[in-house]
Structures are given as structure tokens and as C-alpha cells.
Design a protein around this ligand. Structure first.
Ligand code: SF4
Length: 712
């Protein structure tokens, strides 16, 4: 039996695994005892990974050969790699020649490895000349990115997992950590057991499993987080709990913010957020007066039409109380996907460039063009996720390349996404699994390797970069994502008449070396982090050439990566959700993860045992709301928003507030059918969700839609 150290492909905790294999078959998996993210532990998803890679599952679910559809709706036919990629290059070149580079788009994934992401970004921005490359990380972390940049000056989570051992107060907001980041939650339980005096506050509209460990649960109304944070700051000022010396020495902009939070009185906050004044005061006291306060947050803050404001308002609290830059303190965004961080590092979003450079900065564009050996990179921001599919639905984007993600289930407003995929002249889907809904819309399907088969790196929530390693040979005709992108790029280059050698990579390491050189002198400088170093142990960035270890936490010297070295208070106004509930749509629908499923279930859905926790979709409602509508437990209901309707059983639960409803995000096609408001057959909860997005981060409000619920 062979053993290969790698990383779990699911959530952003980034647990290390040891893959056991015999010949070309993965036979087992266990936690890597030496990996600093998990020290040998794995959750239900991670510990069953090997069962998702059996020969039987591979045969039933994997895309193993390139396939082409001669017409939409037809059964795809196998095709050779050369013909597939030559055909794709011809089609993309034709669209670019006829309609310009912005007529094509690339929609990629926070589940790609950093090397894959790097090549796609260079392909779009360096070769094609469009910034139309965005990713499902837009649905995940873009509000955290914008929040960090506005306040602290760089997209860099300042804390680390070890801070849990030092924190005296944990403020968990917009995160069901117990289910979404289970191994991190084990560390929270350990920290509480070791230090029972540590206080835990959880702010969440639902009473989730995470609340079980909380000293205080704030069941705020969905979308009212900014008002909650402003109300806490109002009380901190009133009670004299802010840190005037820290504010004076290390920040700017506090006076403007003070004027805004003056109006956020306890009475007003209690009324808008739906919590008691006493609980608000207690939350403010615990946060401000503890020796070290660490905030953990995720999609409850990010997936919002006020996502950036929510992030900034939370960071404001840390700056106002000096709860940052010391052990156990700081704002700490938990990454949803395994490599949303790595994607941000290579600039794989429509508004970013490599190594945290900004598209809007001419010097940064020139640096990236020089690094890549191209005349320029385009200035015009690309289309972000929601904008990209809207542009395709409008006929503005004519060719789409989708890699390692399933927008036909995961994007909000599914009716528009379907129109986009149907209207596009040419859709390429590069995927490991043939079972995703998006595959049905592909003109060309390209088979990609996946966990256990591919090689590269990922970055977890605490800026720690780990190696991902292949334990077995690639099955069928699958290829690594970076290699598919590079091969296509070389052929497209020939079509476009360019002779430069832009994609010379022999392996993932050669891509990595180009990427790490691009970070020289930047805040995330990893010029000292070679594959050889990562063979020994995962490392946190920054790690500059000549250094032997990365940095556990940032800003300990009180100096921030802003022009004047000071962090910035951001004066943000509270805005209600984009679609408040009303008489016609009287419920607030929130969505979220289950403990044992991942995304659209293309991998976890292959294992019966992972349905033991939750066997089928349901809409959770408060029992009083069910009684008022004369609904019985398990009775089928129509849940309807302005965009469409789905049918599923109702389940009573006091974990959900009055006039609120919750549906898990994972269920798609065969489990949860529905229709758009114009009658098209669609599936999954995103039939209902709104494409409204945050004006700064462009992250859509997947966490709230107004719905009605009626007997089916
Ligand atoms: Fe994988 Fe996340 Fe579970 Fe760790 S906590 S084993 S990274 S799913």
C-alpha cells in the first residue's frame, strides 16, 4: 500500500489528508497528524473521500473523455483531445475576431488549484485581452475581500487558527461553523474546554448547531448585521469601552463613523434587529472588554447586498477596541471553498490582477504585462459572476468557458442562467463529473482530473498554503485543469497569430514558480516558498525569499498596508435586504449548508451514508407559522419568490424565527424540482434567490429572498 499526503478538497479549513492507495485504486484516507490545520482529524466528508473515488463511482459519475454535441439537447459524442481543443480555439478566435475580446468569458472555481487558476487568469487577461474572468468565489468571499481592502488596506486575513487558543471572547457571526467548518469547530470546542472562561457570542438568525456552544445567541433579523455592529459600537462609545490610544495611533476616519453610529441607539437597534437591548449591551461588553476578541465570519456576512458594508462594520469594531494584531484577536473570515484564497492570490477575479494588484492601477497593469511578456492587460473591469451570465443572456457574451463549477445550480436567479447558457453560441464545460446540471448545456465537455489525481497547491482560511498531490494516475483521458487551459491557450494563440511563448509549462511546479515570482515585493510575497519547502510542511504567507517560515498573524506592529500605514474606519450606512418581505411574500428565506453535503453534491451525493444526517430537502419553518397556515409536518408546499417556485416538504423547527424559512443549498435536479415565473422547468433553491448584489463586491444576496409558502 502506498501513502500520499494531500489536502481535503472540500471546505476552507484545508485539512491535511493521507491518501492510501493500492496500484491505481485509492483505498483509504485518514487525517494527516502533522498538518497544522487539523492535526489528524477529519469530518464526515473528509473521512469518506476515498469512497467517492472507487472504480464504481468513477464509472458512474466521471467525465472520462472529451465529448462534443453537434446540436443542443443531443447526446454528446466522444472526440479526441486535439480535435476538441482545435475546435474550441477556432470558435473562440472567431468570436474574438468578429465581436472583440469582451465577447468571451471564463467562469472558473474556488475549487481549482492555484496553478489552474493562474493559467486561466493569464489566458483571459494576458492572451485574450479581456477581464471577463470570474469565479464562483464571487459567490463566496468577494465581500470579505472588499471589506479587508477598504479597512485594512489588503485582502489578507490577519488571524490564524492558533488564535482560538488565545481568544477570551469569540464573536461568531454569519457562520454555522459547526456544520460548514467542522474541524475548526472541534478546535473551538477544545479552546472552550481548556478555557471555560472564554465567552462565545453567536449572531445568526437561526439557532444553528454552532449556538449550542454559545454563551449568548443573538437571533438577529436577516440582513441587519450592519445595524447590530453599529449598535454595539454606539454602546462601546457610551460605556467608554473603545481604545482611544489604539484609534489615535493606528487609524483614520473614526470621527465620521462616530457621527453615523450616534443614531444607532439601543432602542432602534433592538427594534430593527429583533434582539433585546440587554443582549446587545452584553454582546458589546464581551467584545470590547475581553483581553482578546476574535471574530469568525462567513457567508452570512458575505452573501448579501450589503456584504462589504457588513464586513467593514465588523472590522470597525476590532479597530475601535484595539482587538487586532495580538494573539487571540482580530477579524477572521472563514473561507467557504478550499481555494477561494488561492484564486484571490493569482488575481482570478474580474476586478483583480496577480498578487493582489489592482486592475484600476496603471502601474499594476504594467507590472503584470511585463511579468507575462504581453504588451498590456486590459483596463476595463470584467463582468463579475452575475453580470457575466446576464451579459450572456443579453447576447453580449457569446462564448463561455466554465471550469470546475456548476452555475446551472449554484448561481442565483436560475432562469437567467439558463437563458444565458442557451443563448451562448459556444459553451465549454471543463469538469471532473458528468453529472452536473451545467453539463447539459455544453457544446464541448472536457474531462478534468480531480482530488487524488492532480498536483498543485491550495490556500486555506489562515493563509496557509498546502500541497495537493496525486496518489493515482489520471483516469480515462482526463487531464489536469491547468494543462487543459494551457493547451487551449497555445492553440488559441496560433489562431490569433501570436508567436510569443506565453504558456511554456511542463508541470504544475513550473506554473507555481511563475506565480510566486509575481508576488515579489507584494503583501503576499511568497518568493521563499518553493515546492521543496512545501514538501516538508504547509506554510503561511507572506514568506519572502530567504525566510524559513511564514507569518502567523498580521499587523502586530500596528502598521497597515495603506498609503499612510493606518487602518481606515469605514463609515457605512445600514441598508435593509434588497427584497424585504411584504404582504405577498411574507417570509424571509435564508439558505445555507448541511453538515454532510458539499455544494451541488456531485461528489458527496454519491455516498448513501452522507444522507444519514439529512435525507431529503425540506423548508424549515417555525411551528407557529405552520399552524397559522394549517400545514402538517412533511406536507408538500410551494415556496415561491418573484422569480420562480419549488415544491418540497415543510418541516417545523423553532431554530427558525417567525416569518423566516430555511432551505439547504445542496439539493438540485433529481431532488428539488421547480419552475421559473415564466413556466420553465428548473431545479434547486436558486430558482428562488435574487441576483441583487453588493455594489462594492458584486457578491449576490444568496442569503435572503422574500417568499410565500402555500400548500401544494
Ligand atoms: Fe475537509 Fe473541511 Fe471537513 Fe476538514 S473540515 S475534513 S477541510 S470538509
Amino acid at each position: 500500500m502506498a501513502e500520499t499526503r494531500s489536502t481535503c478538497p472540500y471546505c476552507g479549513v484545508g485539512c491535511g489528508v493521507v491518501i492510501e492507495s493500492e496500484g491505481e485504486q485509492i483505498t483509504g484516507v485518514r487525517g494527516d497528524p502533522d498538518h497544522p490545520a487539523n492535526f489528524g482529524r477529519l469530518c464526515t466528508k473528509g473521512s469518506t473521500l476515498h469512497l467517492t473515488a472507487t472504480a464504481a463511482v468513477t464509472m458512474q459519475t466521471r467525465l472520462l473523455q472529451p465529448m462534443r454535441r453537434t446540436q443542443r439537447g443531443a447526446k454528446p459524442q466522444t472526440i479526441g483531445w486535439d480535435a476538441a481543443l482545435d475546435g474550441a480555439a477556432e470558435k473562440f478566435a472567431q468570436v474574438i475576431r468578429d465581436h472583440g475580446p469582451d465577447a468571451v468569458g471564463f467562469y472558473v472555481s474556488g475549487q481549482l488549484l492555484t496553478e489552474d487558476y493562474y493559467v486561466f487568469n493569464k489566458l483571459a487577461k494576458g492572451l485574450v485581452g479581456t477581464n471577463n474572468i470570474d469565479t464562483n468565489s464571487r459567490l463566496c468571499m468577494s465581500s470579505a475581500v472588499a471589506g479587508y481592502k477598504k479597512t485594512l488596506g489588503a485582502d489578507a486575513p490577519p488571524a490564524c487558527y492558533d488564535d482560538l487558543r488565545h481568544a477570551q471572547c469569540l464573536f461568531i457571526t454569519g457562520s454555522n461553523t459547526a456544520w460548514a467548518h467542522p474541524i475548526l469547530f472541534r478546535r473551538i470546542e477544545d479552546a472552550k474546554a481548556a478555557n471555560p472562561a472564554m465567552k462565545i457570542v453567536v449572531a445568526d438568525p437561526r439557532r444553528t448547531d454552532t449556538c449550542e456552544i454559545a454563551d449568548l445567541h443573538l437571533p438577529l433579523q436577516p440582513g441587519t448585521d450592519v445595524m447590530l455592529f453599529h449598535g454595539m459600537l454606539h454602546l462601546m462609545l457610551w460605556e467608554g469601552w473603545t481604545d482611544a490610544a489604539y484609534i489615535a495611533a493606528h487609524t483614520t476616519g473614526f470621527d465620521e463613523l462616530k457621527r453615523t453610529v450616534r443614531d444607532c441607539t439601543p432602542e432602534r437597534v433592538a427594534q430593527i434587529c429583533g434582539i433585546s437591548k440587554d443582549d446587545l449591551l452584553e454582546a458589546a461588553r464581551l467584545f470590547a472588554t475581553s483581553a482578546a476578541t476574535l471574530s469568525l465570519y462567513c457567508q452570512g456576512l458575505n452573501q448579501s447586498s450589503s456584504g462589504t458594508a457588513k464586513n467593514a462594520a465588523l472590522v470597525n469594531l476590532h479597530l475601535a477596541t484595539g482587538q487586532i494584531g495580538k494573539p487571540g484577536a482580530g477579524p477572521f473570515s472563514l473561507t467557504g471553498q478550499p481555494n477561494a484564497m488561492g484564486g484571490r492570490e493569482v488575481g482570478g477575479l474580474a476586478n483583480l490582477l496577480s498578487a493582489h494588484r489592482d486592475l484600476a492601477n496603471p502601474a499594476h497593469r504594467a507590472e503584470v504585462a511585463a511579468l507575462w511578456g504581453v504588451p498590456s492587460v486590459p483596463e476595463k473591469p470584467g463582468k463579475t459572476a452575475v453580470e457575466m451570465f446576464q451579459a450572456a443572456a443579453d447576447g453580449e457574451i457569446r462564448a463561455l468557458w466554465i471550469a470546475c463549477t456548476n452555475p446551472a445550480q449554484s448561481m442565483p436567479d436560475q432562469a437567467t442562467v439558463r437563458r444565458a447558457l442557451e443563448r451562448c453560441e459556444f459553451v465549454v464545460v471543463q469538469e471532473a463529473f458528468s453529472t452536473t446540471a451545467t453539463c447539459d448545456y455544453a457544446d464541448l465537455l472536457l474531462p478534468a482530473t480531480t482530488w487524488g489525481e492532480k498536483d498543485g497547491t491550495v490556500t486555506n482560511s489562515e493563509r496557509r498554503i498546502s500541497r495537493v498531490r496525486n496518489a493515482v494516475r489520471r483516469p480515462g483521458e482526463t487531464r489536469d485543469d491547468w494543462a487543459i487551459a494551457a493547451d487551449f491557450a497555445r492553440r488559441l494563440q496560433a489562431q490569433l497569430g501570436s508567436a510569443a511563448t506565453l504558456f511554456p509549462y511542463a508541470d504544475a511546479e513550473s506554473v507555481w514558480n511563475e506565480h510566486r515570482e509575481s508576488t515579489r515585493g507584494r503583501d503576499l510575497d511568497i518568493t521563499g516558498m518553493s515546492y521543496a519547502m512545501l514538501e516538508a510542511a504547509p506554510q503561511q504567507w507572506p514568506l519572502r525569499e530567504g525566510e524559513s517560515a511564514g507569518r502567523a498573524r498580521l499587523y502586530e506592529d500596528g502598521v497597515f498596508p495603506t498609503p499612510d500605514g493606518r487602518a481606515r474606519f469605514v463609515d457605512v450606512a445600514y441598508k435593509p435586504v434588497a427584497e424585504p418581505r411584504d404582504a405577498r411574500h411574507p417570509f424571509s428565506l435564508t439558505t445555507g449548508r448541511l453538515r454532510d453535503q458539499w455544494h451541488g453534491m456531485s461528489r458527496t451525493g454519491t455516498l448513501g451514508r452522507l444522507f444519514g444526517h439529512v435525507a431529503e430537502p425540506s423548508v424549515q419553518m417555525h411551528p407557529q407559522d405552520m399552524a397559522r397556515r394549517q400545514l402538517r409536518e412533511g406536507e408538500l408546499v410551494h415556496v415561491t419568490s418573484r422569480r420562480g417556485s419549488i415544491v418540497l416538504p415543510a418541516a417545523g423547527s423553532t431554530d427558525v424565527g417567525l416569518s423566516q424559512a430555511f432551505i439547504a443549498m445542496h439539493w438540485g435536479g433529481e431532488y428539488l424540482s421547480g419552475r421559473s415565473s415564466t413556466g420553465e422547468r428548473l431545479a434547486g433553491v436558486n430558482v428562488l434567490t435574487t441576483p441583487a448584489f453588493c455594489p462594492d463586491s458584486k457578491q449576490p444576496e444568496l442569503k435572503h429572498a422574500a417568499v410565500k409558502i402555500l400548500k401544494a
